[in-house]
Design a protein around this ligand. Structure first.
Ligand code: BES
Ligand code: MN
Ligand code: ZN
Length: 494
């Protein structure tokens, strides 16, 4: 999608659809909306008086051949109450407008900014909304919505100083769509080897270094926790390592490691999952794909800090060679683990991923993982669960999430939960011994491997996948977390 700024007066812009927001309030015919109302000889006010235009959030009012405008259509998008409106709402409004129009065969649109949203950050949010909304999860459908994609968008109301916002928004949203595409892939088409190839190809194109550890190398490095999950599958595991090195970073500068769970299919192993809904476990690699997508964005946005991405990838399968409940494994760090449930596999592969990231020189670690069903019980499919070992680092990440418009909520991680993972015959166990607190138990397990390195765990099990279409986004992979983590790398020192 081609996106550019135009500076003509709105009424003169020849476009298939002119889009703007209308707030939910008594004097909603104000600012640019009042101007458009004048140009169209009172058409908008008439709609408002008739009760058809209320400004309620994401209400769509489409006017064909609006008089006085060069546009073929005028789309008024409800923006809700002005005092509640944020850039996240602007992003959604732009996305919902695009999806509304493209389902009607429109190929090109123009987004007109409100007076209060004419800076680069607003242009970025609109761009992100448009690019994310144009993505469809229909790669394997013969009857693709591809021919329904929007070819071009123009932004008006902004001046040239907003152009960097458009560029940034495009990089972020395209990288998020890159991750969404990987996450949507079924497990027969995206094995650990294929994921590694895709990561390598991305890195080559983006100018990042990429190293793929194969099963031999993983064994040499004694990544016993990761291997214990992989041993049940005939597909060999891969450890994907991508590095971004800034042009200048002194010794002693912070190094951010992004560790992502990439189980390309989670059957549960011998502790097998029920068949109902098991097909969704193809998205158990969302954390890893998201981290690879973050690196794609960072290669273009060039933060000042070094960033290392570590993605352990494997299948979790039952079979003659699969590990069994009660097995004891030795992680790369040397800790012994009692595997009491083979379905708590994400924490096993992340244990070695996190330890390896520390060995590579990480001073700060963030992991993202579809780790537990319990986080869905706690936060539903609305918020990402955030578990942090370092208060200042966690506060920084939550601020980044807010800026990026991704909903995240802090969860507890106090030492009182430590006994949940105390081992009986080994150092630790991979499931809780207490009742409840499943998501915290998973986080406590990971903390054992982050040790004293400041670390944050994002449990995205509830938020990485949309079961249904949203007005602003197609169903399937969401790519959640990517924009927050890019923001974190770019603003680490602020
Ligand atoms: N991949 C699952 C978690 C998951 C659940 C992701 C729902 C997406 C949606 C994870 O590997 C898992 O199986 N977790 C178990 C842990 C339990 C055995 C302690 C769970 O949550 O049931
Ligand atoms: Mn599992
Ligand atoms: Zn899993």
């Amino acid at each position: 999608m081609d996106i550019r700024i135009v500076t003509q007066p709105a009424r003169q812009i020849e476009t298939e659809a002119l889009v703007t927001c209308v707030f939910e309030k008594d004097d909603r015919i104000e600012g640019v909306v009042a101007e458009l109302d004048q140009e169209t000889a009172g058409r908008i006010k008439a709609l408002a008086d008739g009760g058809e235009l209320t400004g309620k959030s994401l209400e769509m009012t489409l006017v064909h051949n609006p008089p006085g405008l060069a546009a073929q259509r005028l789309l008024l998008v409800g923006a809700g109450k002005p005092e509640k409106f944020t850039l996240a709402d602007l992003r959604r409004a732009a996305g919902a407008a695009l999806r509304h129009l493209k389902s009607r065969g429109v190929k090109q649109l123009t987004f007109l900014a409100q007076e209060a949203y004419r800076d680069a950050a607003a242009a970025q949010a609109v761009t992100e909304g448009l690019v994310l909304a144009d993505f469809e999860s229909d790669k394997y459908k013969s009857d693709k919505k591809n021919d329904k994609r929007i070819d071009a968008a123009t932004l008006t109301g902004w001046d040239a100083s907003a152009a960097p916002g458009i560029d940034r928004g495009r990089v972020l949203a395209e990288s998020q769509n890159f991750a969404r595409d990987l996450i949507n892939e079924p497990s027969n088409r995206l094995t650990p080897r294929v994921l590694a190839e895709r990561a390598e190809a991305m890195a080559r194109e983006a100018g990042l270094t990429c190293e793929i550890l194969d099963e031999k190398r993983i064994a040499e490095l004694k990544m016993g926790a990761m291997l214990s999950v992989a041993q049940g599958s005939s597909e060999p595991p891969r450890m994907i390592v991508i590095t971004y090195t800034p042009s200048q970073a002194g010794p002693g500068a912070p190094v951010l490691a992004l560790v992502g769970k990439a189980v390309t299919f989670d059957t549960g192993g011998i502790s097998i999952k029920p068949s109902e809904g098991m097909e969704k476990m193809k998205y158990d690699m969302a954390g890893g794909a998201t981290m690879i997508g973050v690196m794609r964005a960072l290669a273009q946005l060039k933060p000042a800090m070094k960033v290392i991405c570590v993605v352990p990838s494997t299948e979790n399968m039952p079979g003659g060679r699969a590990q069994k409940p009660g097995d004891i494994q030795i992680a790369m760090s040397g800790k012994s683990i009692e595997v009491l449930n083979t379905d708590a596999e994400g924490r096993l592969i992340l244990a070695d991923g996190i330890h390896y990231a520390r060995q590579l020189g990480a001073t700060h670690i963030v992991d993202a993982a579809t780790l537990t069903g319990a986080i869905v019980v706690a936060l539903a499919n609305v918020n990402v669960g955030v578990f942090g070992s370092d208060e200042a680092f966690t506060a920084k990440l939550l601020a980044c999430a807010k800026r990026a418009g991704e909903k995240m909520w802090p969860m507890p991680l106090d030492d009182d939960y430590r006994e949940f993972i105390k081992g009986d015959m080994a150092d630790i166990r991979n499931i809780g011994s207490g009742k409840g607190g499943g998501a915290i138990t998973g986080a406590m397990f990971l903390k054992e491997f982050a040790e004293e390195t400041p670390w944050i765990h994002l449990d995205i099990a509830g938020t990485a996948w949309l079961d249904d279409n949203k007005p602003w986004m197609a169903k399937g992979a969401s790519g959640v977390g990517l924009r927050t983590l890019v923001d974190l790398a770019l603003n680490f020192d602020s």
